[in-house]
Design a protein. Structure first.
Length: 165
């Protein structure tokens, strides 16, 4: 009996340490989380939330710790584009606000009212929009015409334009 219990315990531990399946790691309305921000465009709101949930769910970090880590990643990505940004602390608050918005929708996800569905659709549409952390006077501070055009294009619906080395 003891050997069977030990085998069961070993099997349970092995199963517990296995990689999670995609369905277990998928976040409602957000999709799969990401480990880093990549690409040639500035990060979207969805990219930021996916990275946030990677730290918050996978690494069991607190909301503020995960938001701070995301803020550092976002600011380094914006620095690659040479666009002035707000402070890292402000970006962290913005990440937390975005998470709280998602959490409010998640709280009411079982409701099937038109209002709830409309809020979810609006939220999903906004996930593809730019996570805008540019300095309030970024357009005036940018001296290169192409950088101003890139920022303006990224702020548009559909976020056209890519960063060039």
């Amino acid at each position: 009996m003891c050997s069977q219990a030990a085998e069961c315990l070993a099997l349970w531990r092995a199963v517990g340490s296995m990689e999670s399946t995609r369905s277990k790691t998928e976040v409602w309305l957000i999709g799969q989380h990401i480990t880093e921000i990549t690409g040639a465009q500035l990060p979207s709101r969805g990219d930021v939330l996916r990275l946030f949930f990677h730290g918050h769910n996978e690494h069991k970090k607190t909301v503020n710790d995960s938001a701070s880590e995301v803020a550092a990643s976002v600011i380094s990505f914006w620095n690659k584009a040479r666009i002035p940004t707000v402070t890292e602390k402000s970006i962290g608050r913005k990440v937390v606000d975005l998470f709280l918005m998602w959490k409010g929708l998640k709280k009411n996800c079982t409701r099937t009212t038109d209002t709830q569905r409309k809020k979810e659709e609006t939220f999903c549409d906004e996930l593809e929009d730019l996570f805008d952390v540019a300095h309030p006077k970024a357009m005036q501070l940018l001296t290169i015409k192409e950088d101003r055009a890139f920022l303006a294009a990224q702020r548009e619906k559909g976020r056209r334009g890519v960063m060039q080395e």
